[in-house]
Design a protein. Structure first.
Length: 93
């Protein structure tokens, strides 16, 4: 009789191997690791900017306002770009 723990473990291992299949390719591993490094740098910059605002103003409201302004262009342009893309005719070949 197969125990429940063993079957769950096998499912997790199967899922892990399926999920990491793309990491077998050296180019993708390089891309993935450098992209992770780049995103880490971006988030360090966000934290540093907010920390600087907090140190200068001492106001949590100013930090929130800075964060909101930082993501506002992406939000506004993303909504308009989505509407434009949705209105275009799509050709599927």
């Amino acid at each position: 009789m197969l125990c429940l723990h063993c079957s769950v473990r096998n499912e997790v291992l199967r899922w892990f191997h399926q999920t990491t299949k793309s990491l077998r390719y050296a180019d993708y591993r390089r891309y993935f690791s450098l992209q992770a490094l780049s995103l880490t740098g971006n988030w360090i910059q966000v934290v540093a900017a907010n920390w600087l605002v907090l140190q200068i103003t001492g106001s949590a409201v100013a930090v929130g306002f800075t964060s909101a302004l930082e993501f506002l262009p992406c939000l506004l342009l993303g909504l308009h770009a989505g509407a434009v893309v949705d209105s275009l005719r799509v050709r599927v070949s």
